[in-house]
Design a protein around this ligand. Structure first.
Ligand SMILES: [Zn+2]
Ligand SMILES: [Zn+2]
Length: 266
């Protein structure tokens, strides 16, 4: 359902307007002109057909600044609020600063544009597409366009007297079994790492496993593993984590940690 008309205004209220959805797009713009014009990390714009914008008050207070060959920005001459941007390349359309509206529009921001022009101190943690290049809206290659870090652990390997029994154990912990053979098993972890289980002697008592695991909800996991008779240790806390340990079928002591990833997608 298309929301009804939404009102907007500049900071001082001299300029008041209404827009009538449907809108055409909504994006976060990181271009240097938007950043400087607003004194902000980035500016959220939506586009709408020109006839769907009605200036209700203060048309005479609006001032124009030609910010590029094809672009003209309008702002309140009283308070300086940036409100509109029009481009001769898109006649009939007007871009409007989303933050000047009093209510929601018919869409959420869908992308970051001119993302490769962003301020160095901007830390974007959402998973919206990141566009840039000459048009400001091309897909970006490399680190700018990739939300996750560019490298991850490929394989970790563990010897176990009975790889299949070990596979069942790690499956209970939340890994995905990819392959079960008589003499090896392969499991998949979040992030794409593979755990290879191959036949070998059990570890000496109290040998730490060559890796640890992180889980989203340590308490829920502890309860689940207790119910599955995996006998987790009590939960303890060190400087960086809450954790417990499990003894694997290979005889290793495996630490299971609360996640302390950065909060960004991994
Ligand atoms: Zn104003
Ligand atoms: Zn911009």
């Amino acid at each position: 359902m298309t929301p009804a008309a939404v009102s907007g205004a500049c900071l001082c209220g001299a300029v008041r307007f209404r827009v009538e959805p449907p809108t055409l797009f909504c994006v976060h713009c990181h271009c240097s002109m938007c950043r400087r014009n607003h004194g902000a990390a980035f500016v959220t714009w939506f586009g709408i057909a020109r006839e769907r914008l009605r200036i209700e008050a203060g048309a005479d207070a609006l001032r124009q600044h030609r910010s590029s060959l094809h672009g003209q920005r309008s702002f309140c001459g009283e308070c300086g609020s940036s409100l509109f941007c029009e481009s001769s390349e898109r006649p009939g359309h007007v871009d409007i600063v989303l933050a000047s509206l009093a209510g929601p529009i018919d869409r959420a921001p869908a992308a970051h544009v001119y993302f490769d022009s962003r301020a160095a101190w901007t830390d974007v943690r959402d998973d919206l597409p990141r566009l840039g290049g000459a048009s400001g809206m091309d897909a970006l290659a490399g680190a700018d366009g990739e939300i996750r870090p560019g490298a991850w652990v490929g394989h970790v390997a563990l010897a176990a007297p009975d790889p299949l029994a070990a596979a069942g154990f790690f499956e209970t912990l939340g890994m995905r079994v990819l392959e079960r053979q008589p003499d090896f098993a392969l499991l998949e972890l979040r992030g794409g790492t593979h755990l290879l289980l191959f036949p070998g002697a059990a570890a000496a008592a109290r040998t730490p496993a060559p890796f640890d695991l992180m889980l989203d909800d340590l308490d829920a996991a502890h309860a689940r593993f207790t119910a599955a008779a995996l006998s987790p240790s009590p939960i303890f806390e060190d400087r960086h984590h809450r954790a417990f340990t499990l003894t694997t079928p290979s005889g290793h002591v495996l630490s299971v940690l609360s996640s302390h990833a950065s909060g960004r997608p991994v």
